[in-house]
Design a protein around this ligand. Structure first.
Ligand code: ATP
Ligand code: MG
Length: 567
């Protein structure tokens, strides 16, 4: 489905369809061979992984072709937009590792130009002030199989249109009383050409223009022109805009004699399994407090992924891997998880952390003679060196690593069985201690002093190596384990007509308050990532304080992607 950038025989990357169009334009000398793209978010929410795809594409293409990429806020709807969103969007784009050309642009920078252009359309007899209600408009619009009917206001005189439009601008009318519409073709097979709305009255304060305007241009009227004003050469957008393209061209045909046109190229929007990608629905999750905020680590937002422990590189690699597609489809979220595992495997230092602690007492180890064992920080990267891990006669191991009455295939610790404690010694379990209810509270072992470093002294083998933390040195830690936020592959409800909240996974967050970690993690900074050996990748949450560290689980170690891919 996706048109991946695969290497061809000469070891050169083959081009995806967008790059092919661009190279063709460069070859033909269009726009003087220049490439200038843009990323045009509406500041009405936080960016998500779908936007990240668009960012990587737009900025990536500009980089590859030595061009520029603008950041432009399509801020035409003051009611839903806010500077909080503007700021978060800038932060997210920068964090992903991209630089926009010059200062950020805003569609609101062009409100004067757009207004002048609307006046020009009226003067040319190509726009009119309409008084239809939304219901009437709907009724007159027709359907894709039936032509629409013309509005009774369509043939107002130019002078009257100019007068009314000016008075709309001057604030003489309440919201909804009048609209400015383009006069195109109510019978067009393309519904977007049936006299679309250009301006509506909204007595609302805009986050940038304040109260200067009480009429605001529609997105469709602002978007194509903004591309034009900025000299965008390639306007990459998602498939639903394909049918808007004739309208954007129509506007420019009225506006300019110039031959230059931004070339719009559509690609499929990214959908991920088990993930909601609609900003409206994400906002609802935040407002109804179903998550802790836009940056809740379960959210598919860039800020959520960042807090979860994703790196910019992993997101860029993911974006590269999925390529661009011409038809809508779903990408398996396991591929995103695979990307972060791959990246953190190279990057993250290993530490030992016990999430569900069970006390292990070494009865033949001197209770006051602590020692430090040497541990490798990252087997994938020698330059990360080693660290000293404190060892003593009382340790914690993972409760699931012990069974009193193990089934045949259980190779970890059980009575009479010997295992290796990573980097330390061989230990053998001799007995267990239980509380009044019969729960195991301690396991008692003896160690072999000859097995220092976890090396077999005489060639005898053990079947398991366990991670552990010295009890008296352990740092008590809160660890937050996340599962997918939704239970089914396509939770949008778009196909089933069901409410997406029905598919919310009620068990998507589990908080462990008494995990035990090696003392080295006290030196970690917010956002720093680790591999807890045998358990997964974790990062320091911003809620951490110097004495009370909090960790987020980014992903478990188990990678289901190779399996999915093999199917
Ligand atoms: P809205 O419904 O509010 O328009 P949107 O997700 O399209 O939501 P925009 O702020 O308009 O939000 O998106 C900015 C840019 O990101 C657009 O160019 C859009 O095409 C692109 N984009 C949005 N969602 C995705 C997605 N899932 N995959 C790829 N690109 C996306
Ligand atoms: Mg949009």
């Amino acid at each position: 489905m996706a048109e991946n950038n695969t290497e061809n025989k000469e070891g050169k990357k083959s081009l995806n369809f967008i790059e092919s169009f661009i190279e063709q334009d460069i070859k033909e000398g269009k726009n003087g061979g220049k490439v200038h793209t843009r990323f045009p978010p509406e500041p009405n929410g936080y960016l998500h992984i779908g936007h990240a795809k668009s960012i990587c594409l737009n900025f990536g293409i500009a980089e590859n072709y030595h061009g520029l990429c603008n950041l432009r806020f399509d801020d035409t709807n003051p009611v839903k937009e806010d500077t909080e969103y503007v700021d978060s969007i800038k932060e997210d784009v920068k964090w992903l590792g991209f630089n926009w050309a010059g200062e950020p642009h805003f569609a609101s920078d062009y409100f004067d130009q757009l207004y002048e252009f609307a006046v020009k359309l009226i003067k040319k007899g190509k726009a009119y002030v309409c008084e239809q209600s939304p219901e009437q408009m709907r009724e007159y619009k027709g359907s894709p199989t039936e032509p629409g009917k013309e509005s009774p206001w369509r043939n107002r005189l130019v002078e009257e249109n100019l007068d009314l439009f000016l008075r709309m601008k001057n604030g003489e009318f309440e919201d909804g009383k009048y609209l400015l519409r383009a006069k195109i073709d109510m019978a067009s097979p393309n519904m977007h050409m049936r006299d679309p709305i250009l301006y509506r009255i909204k007595h609302a304060e805009h986050h940038r223009t304040g109260n200067k305007w009480c009429i605001y241009p529609m997105y469709d009227f602002a978007h194509g022109q903004s591309d034009f004003f900025e000299g965008i050469t390639h306007s990459l957008c998602t498939l639903e805009f394909e049918v808007h393209r004739p309208l954007y061209n129509w506007f420019l045909d009225q506006l300019t004699e110039d031959d230059y046109r931004p070339r719009q190229i559509e690609f499929a929007r990214l959908n991920l399994t088990y993930t909601i990608m609609s900003k409206r629905k994400l906002l609802q999750l935040v407002q109804e407090k179903r998550v802790s905020g836009w940056d809740d680590p379960r959210m598919p937002t860039i800020s959520g992924l960042r807090r979860r422990g994703y790196t910019p590189e992993s997101i860029r690699n993911f974006s590269e891997k999925i390529g661009v597609a011409k038809r809508d489809g779903f990408i398996n979220v396991a591929l995103l998880e695979h990307s972060i595992r791959e990246d953190l495997n190279k990057r993250a230092n290993r530490v030992m952390g016990v999430l569900d602690p069970l006390k292990l007492v070494i009865t033949n180890y001197d209770a006051i003679a602590d020692e430090y064992v040497n541990a490798v920080n990252n087997p994938e990267d020698e330059s990360k060196g080693t660290r000293k891990v404190p060892f003593s006669n009382e340790l914690y191991i993972e409760r699931e690593d012990f069974m009193e009455n193990p089934p045949k295939k259980f190779f970890r610790l059980s009575p009479g069985i010997e295992v290796r404690l990573r980097y330390a010694y061989f230990v053998k379990c001799n007995s267990v201690v239980k509380d009044a209810e019969g729960n195991i509270t301690e396991i008692h072992c003896t160690y072999d002093p000859e097995s220092k470093g976890g090396k077999s002294p005489d060639g005898r083998k053990v079947k398991a190596t366990l991670h552990w933390v010295s009890a008296k040195h352990a740092i008590n830690t809160e660890v937050r384990l996340y599962e997918r936020l939704f239970n089914i592959e396509d939770p949008s409800g778009d196909k089933s007509g069901k409410d997406f909240l029905e598919f919310l996974n009620e068990d998507s967050l589990e908080v462990i308050s008494n995990a035990k970690l090696e003392p080295v993690i006290l030196e970690a900074k917010a956002g720093e990532q680790f591999q807890f050996e045998r358990k997964g990748y974790y990062c320091v949450d911003k809620d951490s304080t110097s004495n009370n560290p909090v960790f987020n689980r980014t992903v478990t170690l188990k990678d289901s992607w190779e399996k999915v891919k093999g199917q």
